[in-house]
Design a protein around this ligand. Structure first.
Ligand code: SF4
Ligand code: SF4
Length: 127
């Protein structure tokens, strides 16, 4: 368990990353069409797709919150919404992902890797 000082230190070093973007869970791709859909997310500038170590997938949008101030503080801290209030440093995963995809080509390379590893059969992925 981190104390308040550790918390503040880690958050100041990080620069408020959790207020500079938001993530949405997406269905894991099950076939090549699923990977095409993920490429579509990546056609949008500022979007990153992440594969978490637990096998879940998420879209990360690099859009900062309008209430973040120039010192990485929250302008509405006492009235911040539950989604912010409930998020603790223990929930903070940082950048600890299994894979991070920034461009459509990153997905092509990942699919090719699955193919070489024999995890991709025509149209389907086998875990
Ligand atoms: S909770 Fe995590 S992402 Fe958010 S400011 Fe602190 S260290 Fe950064
Ligand atoms: S409301 Fe405040 S704590 Fe929540 S994301 Fe925006 S700046 Fe961060």
């Amino acid at each position: 368990m981190m104390d308040e000082d550790d918390h503040n230190q880690k958050c100041s070093a990080c620069g408020g990353a959790c207020c500079r973007s938001f993530c949405i869970d997406i269905d894991p791709p099950q076939d090549l069409d699923g990977f095409q859909d993920i490429k579509w997310y990546l056609f949008h500038r500022g979007v990153t797709v992440c594969l978490n170590k637990d096998g879940s997938w998420e879209v990360d949008t690099a859009i900062p919150c309008m209430h973040l101030d120039e010192n990485n503080g929250c302008r509405i801290y006492p009235d911040r919404p539950p989604v912010c209030r409930d998020y603790t440093l223990e929930d903070c995963e940082g950048d600890d992902y299994a894979e991070v995809f920034r461009t459509p080509e990153d997905i092509d390379a990942y699919v090719e890797k699955l193919r070489k590893e024999g995890k991709l059969k025509p149209g389907r992925i086998f875990k």
